[in-house]
Design a protein around this ligand. Structure first.
Ligand SMILES: [Zn+2]
Length: 392
């Protein structure tokens, strides 16, 4: 019995040890589960609730740190002013939109089919002419070009602008590049972009030249044409390769090459004196979590602009867009453009303009300006001298 007794005591001792061990293990397991769960729930909450009013406070993703939207401030550049909805983009969208940055180092990620483009010859007004039916641009550039060149004609009475080039295929760009190297004997070109690295692939760029009675001249942006250099931003168009920015654009000054970026962005680039390379970089200072860039256009419309980096762990990125009405979730009118590198630029119309574009006034002699496009179709001479056909 004593043996049993001893054995019994021993068993008890062992049991106490086991219990202590078990408790310790249990405690560790409980700790692990609680931590795991909170991490899990945190993630789950964000994923399962994409239409949440406010950006998550802290999710570990790129939009962390945004304050709750409670109308806590009168400052519309602060995210506290807004509630948000979300729009999802995938990395395939990086190459689409009016702000894609394409240059000698950044290949165009997007693709443009000719069915998306307007034939300038078919859509243009009579204030200018176009090389031939092959010149095509995206509809947003088409509209901006029509408005700008009609106002240019109205102000100056000059209808000598000729649109010499628009969208180019990669194959055609390769031909131009090869021809340029053959002609210059150089190994690279500072005037013609390598195939795939030309803005002309985006359908958002045009080259202008001038045409009077069949005589073509390079568009140099002087004389009457200074008006275009000074006013294009009001139509959302920028001179893409300005003098003084050659080190950034990697292209020589080209007064004839114009690019559509959209009115709020062209206005901001004008106000800050930035070329597109600088602007795309600058806008990264404005994010969900910091504040919006406020831009007031010439017709007193107010836009808010910000950058959303591409998600690092996923092919899709949730983009927070402010809503006008918390109940209906109707967003402010917005546009999202990929930057063709690593994220998206969002712009939304915070306050509508007064609809007065402020571009037409009496000319320098005080003569009243004409108000309609000239009769006829401008000078269409069919053949092209090729003055700047090879230029970027
Ligand atoms: Zn060009």
């Amino acid at each position: 019995m004593a043996t049993y007794g001893t054995a019994g005591k021993k068993r008890y001792k062992i049991r106490y040890k086991n219990v202590a061990l078990l408790l310790a293990i249990l405690l560790i397991i409980i700790l692990l589960i609680t931590r795991g769960c909170s991490a899990l729930f945190g993630k789950k909450e964000n994923k399962s609730n994409p239409e949440k009013d406010t950006p998550p406070l802290s999710t570990g993703d790129q939009q962390e740190g945004a304050p709750p939207a409670d109308g806590l401030t009168n400052d519309p550049t602060s995210q506290k002013y807004y509630s948000f909805t979300t729009v999802t983009k995938t990395s395939a969208d990086l190459g689409s939109g009016s702000l894609v940055l394409v240059n000698n180092n950044i290949k165009f990620l997007g693709s443009v089919s000719e069915s998306e483009l307007d034939v300038v010859r078919e859509k243009k007004n009579n204030a200018y002419s176009v090389k031939d039916y092959t010149v095509m641009v995206r509809p947003e550039m088409m509209e901006a070009l029509n408005n700008m060149l009609l106002d240019f004609y109205t102000v100056t009475g000059n209808d000598g602008i000729l649109v010499n080039a628009g969208f180019r295929t990669v194959e055609y760009q390769q031909e131009l590049y090869d021809a340029e190297l053959a002609e210059t004997g150089q190994e690279t070109s500072t005037l013609v972009a390598q195939a795939g690295y030309s803005e002309h692939h985006t359908g958002l760029a045009v080259d202008l030249t001038t045409n009077f009675n069949g005589e073509r001249k390079q568009f140099d942006g002087t004389g009457d044409y200074e008006w275009i250099m000074k006013n294009s931003y009001k139509y959302g168009i920028v001179n893409r390769y300005p003098a003084g920015k050659e080190a950034l654009t990697m292209i020589d000054n080209e007064p004839w090459h114009f690019r559509y970026v959209g009115i709020p962005h062209a206005t901001a680039m004008q106000q800050y004196g930035y070329c597109l390379e600088e602007y795309i970089d600058f806008i990264k200072n404005y994010t969900i979590g910091t504040k919006f860039l406020s831009v007031t256009t010439d017709d007193n419309a107010q836009y808010m602009i910000y950058y959303v980096p591409q998600s690092r762990d996923s092919d899709t990125t949730n983009i927070y867009v402010p809503v006008k009405d918390r109940n209906t979730k109707e967003p402010y009118p917005y546009e999202i453009s990929g930057n063709n590198i690593d994220g998206w630029i969002v712009s939304f119309l915070f306050k509508e303009g007064d609809g007065v574009p402020n571009v037409i006034g009496p000319d320098e002699d005080g003569e009243p300006v004409v108000t309609s496009a000239p009769e006829g179709d401008g000078a269409e001479s069919g053949t092209e001298s090729g003055t700047s056909a090879a230029e970027e």
